[in-house]
Write a protein that binds this ligand. Sequence first.
Ligand code: FES
Length: 181
Amino acid sequence: METRDVPPQPARRNFLKKASAVFIGALTALVPALSGLMVFLDPLRRKSQDSDAVLIASLSALPEDGVPRKFSVIAGHNDAWNHMPRVPVGAVYLRRIGDKSVQAFNVICPHAGCFVDYLPAIKNYHCPCHNSSFALDGSIADPKSPSPRGLDELPVEIRNENEIWVKFQNFRAGVRERIPV
Ligand code: FES
């Protein structure tokens, strides 16, 4: 039986050539565009990997008997693309609750935003603005306190055996729920 070679159709060949050219052209444009996008989004990626915790003090700066001490929180304001110099952003009370364990409270009163004091004589925190009082563990000590919730506790991490890092956060005042602001 006789077979005959069928010559390729010119139209089909042209179509394949054009499709390859379009594909290669698209690939050539896409690679630099994707690289640029990755560079642009890199700060976001790095920020998500960073911890927002701030180094506040060393463990040795805290009395071992659990008496709270107040510290300023000095932090750089960072967004994804800008790094601002370190400035005071608030303050916290730190107290030892164990050998390597520390409790941190935001010093801002959850009632209306005044700074609370620690009164060593009665071992309570007290807000001078409207007389809210808080126990050492941050809970409301006097039921007549107008504060809708206890002091705002903040996450603490001990790093390198002696460094106290706090994830500092402010919360909305005047409401029962802890709503970050
Ligand atoms: S602001 Fe603290 S009791 Fe009102």
